[in-house]
Every structure is written in C-alpha cells, then in structure tokens.
Design a protein around this ligand. Structure first.
Ligand SMILES: *Cc1c(COP(=O)(O)O)cnc(C)c1O
Length: 358
C-alpha cells in the first residue's frame, strides 16, 4: 500500500513515474536490457538525456543563453563548485544567511574565497528573510549566493534579490514548484531528490557568460565549462537518476506544467497553514510573508506528545513527519508529488489528534 510520504528528501515520486519505471525496468523499450545497463554514450541513452534537458528547458522556459548540466555530488558539492567556478581566491563574494542550508554553503565557501555575509536572519532565529534594503553588499562581488527555500526552517524568499553581481541560488527544495524567471539568475542548482527525481543527480542552470572563469584546480566533474562542452558526460553521469528525472519532467508537462503546479502547491500550503494557525494546538513560527510552500515545520502545544503524534500519523498512513534532527518538532514536505488529498488527510488527522489531546 502506498502511503502519503511527507519526507523532505529523498522524497515522494509521482506514482505514474514509478509505474512506468517498473513497466520498463527489465526490458527498456525493446532493448532487452534495463536503462541502467546501457552505455551513457549509446544513441538510446543520449536520446533520454537530451529529451530530459529539452523538457526541463520547456518547463522552466530556460533562455537559450543558459546551459543545463546534469551533475553529481549533490547540492552540497555545489557549495564548493560555485566559488571554484565563479571566484578567484582573493575575490569577495556575498552570501545571505537565512538558515541551515545557507550556513552550510557559507562554511564551505570560506575555504575558497573571502565571504561577506551580506545579511543574517539570526536575530529572528531564522524565521524571516531580511529585507534587501538592509543588506551590506560587497562592491564588485563575484556573485551573491542565497537559498530561496530553507528546507529545514521552512523559510522562503518572497522576492528575487536584485543585485549587480551574478545571482546564485540553491533551489534544491523549490525548483519546479512554480514558474520561475530564470533570466534573473547567473546560476541555479538543485539536488534532485526533493522535487526532480532520485538522489544522485544535481541539476545546474548556468548563464553562458559565466562559463570559463573556473580556477585551474576545479575538479573536472564540477567544471561548468568543461561539463557543458561534454554534454555533462566528461565522466559517466548518473544515468538512472537522469532517466527518472526525465520521466518526472514528462509527468509535469502532462499535469499542466509549472503554472498548474503553482496552483496546486499554493492550495496545499494554504490548507496546511490555515489548519495550523486556526488550531490553537499547532504552531508554525515563520513570518507569514516568508512561509515556504514546500516545507512546513510545526510544533505541538505539548512536545511530550511528539512521539505519539508521529506513531499515530504513521498508523494512519502519513509518514516521515518528524522535523529535522537539528530542530525537532514536525515538518511536512509538500513537493509536487504530494497530492492535495495527502494534505487533506494530514489536516484531518491533525484536527482529530488535537481534539483528543488538546
Ligand atoms: C537537501 C538540500 C541540500 C543538500 O543536498 P545534497 O544533495 O544532500 O547535497 C542543500 N541545499 C538545500 C536547500 C537542500 O534542501
């Protein structure tokens, strides 16, 4: 039996995608082999690869002067690859710190260049986004890095920063959740295991004029220009993850694309936040203007009930609701593959739980 899986990542995949994977697993499109067992350089796989890229470009309306790369090493790998590709060792770079993932990106970048934290939401305990008017930017910065959606804190930027430096965004937990103006960005990257496909793949979208700035010591597999020149195949790519990501892109197109996803995701988030706010039993600490559509943390009036909540939810087919180990409480992740019915089931369970324990 399938459950409603609220995991933050690796996260739920659309059932039709899983069914198609099962359908063609043993004998992929008449080849007598699975897609995992064929050469990444075969005509058949190159077709999979380029179709996935074309579908992603179509979904996000990626302008022609951007490259799309399919890499490994996760979003965390990009925490190092971004400074290596875009900044000299003595260059100044700006980072906005809105929580756990920004902090990790900052920590890694400090190994490679001079990091200025242009804004830090610490004063609010990372429950809001500092308004851009308060940021202290470095003149001539090589780039500005930010985390549009903090997966752990559930804090989302209600705006796209407007800066002179190339804008770099870790979109791991928000990419494909709604339409996006890609042309505003220098680099967008996203680990696949939240809203794209299986773990093992990171998708990167880079403006062409930013290619060719990499330091000599940049690893080949993370060199944007080198990987762009090789069609992301300077080495063996994660073929299975790439293939499944392609199926997810096709599913998104069938479902109406990112405008349809935006409507669905807004409805899901609104329903859950409304239930939390009206309950008097659950609480979400995030500034209302900065609440994430994708990751909704909440706490119970009595934290001693956490374990009971989780086990009763599990029994009701609502899984992976525990908050991140660093913060505790609960968190429901509502990526594209989570249907509205899942959120309806969750809010109904929450209402009944509060009635019994409140
Ligand atoms: C999950 C996540 C990461 C880490 O991704 P890995 O693929 O594990 O490296 C980084 N940033 C954000 C915003 C995330 O949600």
């Amino acid at each position: 039996m399938r459950v409603f899986n609220f995991a933050p990542g690796p996260a739920a995949l659309p059932l039709p995608v899983l069914e198609q994977v099962r359908e063609e697993l043993i004998d992929w499109r008449g080849s007598g082999m699975s897609v995992m067992e064929i050469s990444h350089r075969s005509k058949a796989f190159l077709g999979v690869a380029s179709e996935a890229e074309a579908d992603l470009r179509e979904l996000l309306a990626v302008p022609a002067h951007y490259k799309v790369l399919f890499l490994q090493g996760g979003a965390a790998g990009q925490f190092a690859a971004v400074p290596l590709n875009l900044a000299h060792a003595d260059a100044g770079v700006d980072y906005v710190n809105t929580g756990s993932w920004s902090k990790k990106a900052i920590g890694e970048a400090r190994h490679y260049c001079r990091v200025n934290v242009a804004a830090d939401a610490g004063a609010s305990n990372y429950t809001t986004v500092p308004p851009q008017g308060e940021w202290r930017l470095t003149p001539g910065a090589a780039y500005l890095h930010y985390t549009p959606n903090e997966t752990i804190g559930g804090v989302e930027f209600p705006f796209i920063p407007q800066v002179d430096a190339p804008l770099v965004a870790d979109m791991s937990s928000t990419i494909l959740s709604r339409p996006l103006e890609v042309g505003r960005f220098g680099v967008i990257y996203a680990g696949a295991q939240k809203n794209i496909g299986p773990a093992g793949l990171v998708v990167l979208i880079v403006r062409e004029d930013l290619l060719g700035r990499a330091r000599a010591e940049t690893p080949l597999v993370w060199n944007y220009a080198g990987m762009a020149a090789e069609g992301s195949m300077a080495n063996t790519p994660p073929t299975f993850a790439w293939y499944v990501a392609g199926l997810v892109f096709k599913w998104l197109k069938r479902e109406g694309g990112l405008a349809a996803m935006a409507e669905r995701n807004r409805a899901k988030a609104q329903l859950l936040y409304r239930s939390i706010d009206e309950s008097g039993f659950y609480r979400n600490p995030v500034d209302k203007a900065c609440r994430s559509w994708m990751n909704v943390p909440f706490i119970l009036a009595n934290p001693e009930l956490d374990k009971t909540f989780l086990s009763e939810a599990q029994a009701a087919g609502l899984t992976n609701l525990a908050g991140h180990r660093s913060v505790g409480g609960m968190r429901a992740s509502l990526y594209n593959a989570m249907p509205l019915e899942g959120v309806q089931a969750l809010t109904q369970f929450m209402r009944e739980f509060a009635r019994r324990h409140g």
